[in-house]
Design a protein around this ligand. Structure first.
Ligand SMILES: *Cc1c(COP(=O)(O)O)cnc(C)c1O
Length: 376
């Protein structure tokens, strides 16, 4: 066996600049390390970015969605429709509130929830929908909000992967109902862990603040009371300092990822799909922030053997995501194989190729050469 000569190319890797590291050290030396001025500054920057919509920060992009559901008053007896192809958090938060998750199959091209199937899944108990923008590609936002208006549904956008994405020139987060983002380590912008929620008005912002800190209300100089059951979901100033340092690069990060995606398409070439039987992502350079570059492998291969061979070539491959309805917790709730055939096929064969800001064009070429040699 020959020794690999090139270093391992991971599928994702954060880039943290020295100024950010210095600002974290400043916070640690300041004597105030939990939620404070950095959190306020980060929320202000995010709100400005979302055209002035009120934005609150949290310690994950999971609790953001749970809190949005609680603000919307969703609970036992209610149904919430989402996609089976997402991180399990998207459906878990529905169960957390006592409501019932309902799935609608995905569109095989965009790999996002199929809006026709979403509309068909609406019942009198449906109270909300949680669309997910897989790899940063939004759904048809006009259609989504038309369906929501027609059926009087709240929308909690799981835009965890879509910071920097847009729709018809408007940033995701700058319009719509609740919009949730994640700053987990693999996301385009990270706080190590964290999230934010865009809300509609000051009342929702106030409730979001209560839910993120034990339901505490402050009345007067020394008054403290608790009137809703909140949790412990506040972001720290340490995380916010990382977020501020990262967020300064948001436009450059999105531009770089679009450039890498363009290079992926160029290297795969126009005949890749017909020659190898694999499916490339939608070639969108206006809306998507290219959080991931995902292929759906041909039926003739298995993901496990593909991943193993790519690993042997020193290329890291991610797997996003197993269909949620086939996870044991969900099978135990009555979901089974055959219910969402498109999601099941895509979920069985989807892989995420290396995609991160510090990647070079040569890295893209290495990854594409490896894919072609493994599938060829
Ligand atoms: C990352 C992610 C989440 C969860 O975010 P956390 O910050 O890890 O809680 C939810 N949904 C999607 C689609 C994600 O990619």
């Amino acid at each position: 066996m020959t020794q690999p000569t090139l270093p391992f190319l991971p599928f994702s890797k954060p880039t943290i600049d020295e100024a950010t590291i210095a600002s974290v050290a400043d916070v640690l030396r300041s004597g105030w390390i939990t939620s404070g001025p950095k959190v306020q500054a980060f929320e202000k920057e995010l709100s400005d970015y979302f055209d002035g919509r009120i934005t609150r920060s949290f310690n994950s992009g999971t609790c953001t969605m749970e809190i949005a559901l609680r603000i919307a008053g969703i609970g036992p007896g209610d149904e919430v429709i989402t996609t089976p192809i997402s991180w399990v958090a998207t459906a878990n938060v529905v169960i957390e509130t006592g409501a019932t998750p309902v799935f609608a199959d995905i569109d095989p091209v965009t790999r996002n929830i199929d809006l026709d199937k979403l509309e068909a899944a609406i019942t009198p108990r449906t109270k909300a929908v949680i669309p997910v923008y897989l790899s940063g590609l939004p759904v048809d936002m006009d259609r989504l909000y038309a369906i929501a208006a027609k059926h009087n549904l709240r929308v909690i956008e799981d835009a965890a992967q879509a910071l920097g994405s847009s729709w018809k020139g408007k940033r995701i987060g700058s319009f719509g109902d609740f919009v949730s983002f994640s700053f987990q380590a693999n996301k385009n912008i990270t706080c190590s862990e964290g999230g934010c929620l865009v809300v509609n008005n000051a009342d929702e912002a106030r409730l979001a603040e209560k839910y993120r800190l034990q339901g505490v209300t402050r009345t007067g100089f020394d008054g403290l009371d608790v009137d809703v059951l909140g949790g412990k979901f506040n972001m720290t100033d340490v995380a916010a300092a990382i977020g501020l340092g990262q967020f300064a690069h948001i436009d450059a990060v999105t531009a770089k990822r679009r450039e890498l995606a363009r290079h992926y398409f160029a290297c795969f070439g126009a005949d890749f799909e017909s020659r190898y039987g694999a499916q490339l992502p939608v070639a969108d350079f206006d809306n998507s922030n290219w959080h991931m570059y995902q292929l759906v492998l041909p039926e003739s291969t298995t993901r496990a053997s593909f991943m193993e061979k790519m690993m042997a070539l020193q290329i890291g491959i991610g797997y996003h995501y197993p269909p949620i309805h086939l996870l044991k917790l969900y099978r135990d709730r009555g979901f089974k194989e055959g219910m969402f055939p498109v999601a099941e096929r895509v979920g069985r064969l989807i892989v995420s190729l290396p995609m991160f800001t510090a990647m070079s064009k040569e890295d893209v070429e290495r990854a594409v050469d490896a894919v072609k040699s493994v599938l060829g």
